[in-house]
Design a protein around this ligand. Structure first.
Ligand code: PNS
Length: 162
């Protein structure tokens, strides 16, 4: 019988990478054969970091995991999944407030490409209140985010604001 490999895409904006994202990358990488962390190239959102910077930050923080790859994509996630021969999408859920939009996204994606399953992991409690959007707001207002993001991200943020 042919060996079945699980290739998952963990998509997101990652602007910036948080401790919650990193925890999901580590836990996801243990579950699947290959995990592709895919950063959305979205020109509409006001970005803190460029796409190459965001990719570097994920590589710096998670580069010791042998089965992960960092990439970027634009357009529909399911088209990217098809192009990468991925059979799963990985997403994290922090609180019930995430559930509604994640359910909608998973159902739309499933209708468009049934062969790609969405796998959800619950965020660890200690990270369940962290979001990139809030981190950006705190950074913009001069606050300290070093306990919410990996050390390499914190030092890049310091370099940016100083
Ligand atoms: O980190 P985010 O911003 O919550 O990630 C959202 C993301 C990138 C997963 C989502 O916006 C996405 O998949 N965008 C690509 C366009 C797409 O496929 N849209 C239809 C989803 S139903």
């Amino acid at each position: 019988m042919a060996e079945r490999r699980l290739v998952a895409i963990y998509p997101g904006s990652f602007d910036p990478l948080t401790n919650g994202h990193l925890d999901l990358i580590v836990r996801g990488s243990r579950l699947v054969d290959r995990l592709i962390v895919a950063i959305l190239r979205n020109t509409q959102k006001q970005a803190l970091f460029s796409i190459p910077d965001r990719m570097d930050m994920v590589r710096e923080a998670a580069g010791d995991l042998a089965n992960i790859e960092v990439d970027s994509f634009e357009g529909l996630l399911i088209d990217y999944a098809a192009q990468r021969n991925a059979n799963a999408i990985l997403r994290g859920i922090r609180a019930i407030s995430d559930y509604e939009s994640e359910l909608q996204m998973a159902l739309l994606n499933r209708r468009m490409r049934p062969e790609t399953e969405t796998i959800f992991l619950m965020a660890r409690e200690e990270y369940s209140f962290i979001s990139s959007r809030m981190i950006k707001e705190i950074v913009t207002l001069g606050g300290d985010v070093s306990s919410f993001v990996p050390a390499n991200v914190a030092s890049r943020i310091r370099a940016k604001v100083n």
